[in-house]
Design a protein around this ligand. Structure first.
Ligand code: FES
Length: 110
């Protein structure tokens, strides 16, 4: 059973669970600012569920690759969209500042 470290919490989920759903179910702060209201509900189009992931998740989906190549994201920041990832092993997540969580030089403090 994978363990996820995020925002000073440690939670467990099933292998293969959708990362966004796991974080939402556990009421962890995946979204910044107004994003909890305006997000795309996991379609992969808004980009606001971006996090840095250390650990094993599924490969990038086509829509995730597309969204992370569009501003304010850029492929170089190495972020992933939680809504497009299935958990495959233990993870450590970091959420950055900004509506899209894209300011990878600034760590978000929940
Ligand atoms: S919730 Fe919109 S891209 Fe993930």
């Amino acid at each position: 059973m994978p363990t996820i470290q995020f925002a000073n919490h440690s939670i467990e989920c099933e292998k293969g669970d959708n990362l966004r759903r796991v974080l939402r179910k556990n009421k962890l702060p995946l979204y910044n600012g107004a994003a909890p209201v305006i997000h795309c509900r996991g379609l992969g189009t808004c980009g606001t569920c971006a996090v840095r992931i250390e650990g094993e998740v599924t490969e990038m989906t086509a829509i995730e690759r597309w969204r992370l190549s569009a501003p304010p994201h850029n492929k170089a920041n190495g972020l992933r969209l939680a809504c497009q990832c299935q958990v495959l092993g233990d993870l450590t997540l970091t959420k950055y500042e900004g509506l899209w969580g894209h300011k990878s030089e600034v760590k978000h403090s929940p």
